[in-house]
Design a protein around this ligand. Structure first.
Ligand SMILES: CC(C)(COP(=O)(O)OP(=O)(O)OC[C@H]1O[C@@H](n2cnc3c(N)ncnc32)[C@H](O)[C@@H]1OP(=O)(O)O)[C@@H](O)C(=O)NCCC(=O)NCCS
Length: 159
């Protein structure tokens, strides 16, 4: 049985999120940036939280009109490989199916675990941004998941 639940980020999570962020990324978001996002109506950050409140992973999404931009998704090293990222991404995909035309994100070509995660959930490579990342410098692969939506006639369309 899973020993965590998905909850919206609140202030109590920010210290641990920023710590995980530092361990995972060479240009991490600061505690202040996460705190700002608490008050941004376009942003939602969900947390995989253990019953004692500990943060095991998190994922952030900006939704602008019907476009969804996944900013970050990360899981604590000692809790990887247990399906936590699957659950976090799955929550955004369910939201996207109901509300968005697509979800998109950037990922380092060297980040095989993340690329496999996105493939597993139906994302496809749609482009590349040259030298997008620093430390170390690397291109970004752009991956997108488009949602089929019902048009006025009730038939499904892929937009
Ligand atoms: C990428 C990351 C979020 C995956 O988290 P996780 O909770 O361990 O992933 P899950 O256990 O939910 O695995 C889901 C799927 O991801 C892929 N995956 C996860 N770890 C993998 C690995 N080491 N190698 C290859 N594929 C992997 C697989 O497709 C897996 O599905 P499967 O178990 O059916 O094969 C985690 O490795 C992480 O936090 N990395 C550092 C931060 C990061 O790079 N984030 C992405 C930025 S774009």
């Amino acid at each position: 049985m899973k020993n965590y639940k998905l909850v919206p980020m609140d202030k109590s999570h920010i210290k641990e999120i920023a710590q995980i962020e530092k361990e995972c990324f060479s240009e991490p978001w600061s505690e202040a940036s996460f705190e700002e996002e608490l008050y941004n109506p376009l942003c939602s950050i969900i947390v995989a939280q253990r019953p004692d409140g500990a943060v095991l992973g998190y994922a952030g999404l900006h939704a602008i009109m019907d476009e969804g931009y996944i900013d970050n998704i990360a899981v604590r090293k000692d809790y990887r490989g247990q399906g936590i990222a699957d659950d976090l991404l799955g929550a955004f995909i369910r939201f996207g199916q109901a509300n968005l035309a697509f979800l998109t994100l950037e990922v380092r070509p060297s980040n095989e675990p993340a690329i496999q995660l996105y493939y597993k959930h139906g994302f496809v490579q749609v482009g590349r941004r040259k030298d997008y990342y620093q430390h170390p410098r690397e291109d970004a692969i752009i991956m997108t998941l488009e949602f089929e939506r019902e048009n006025e006639n009730g038939t499904e369309t892929a937009e």
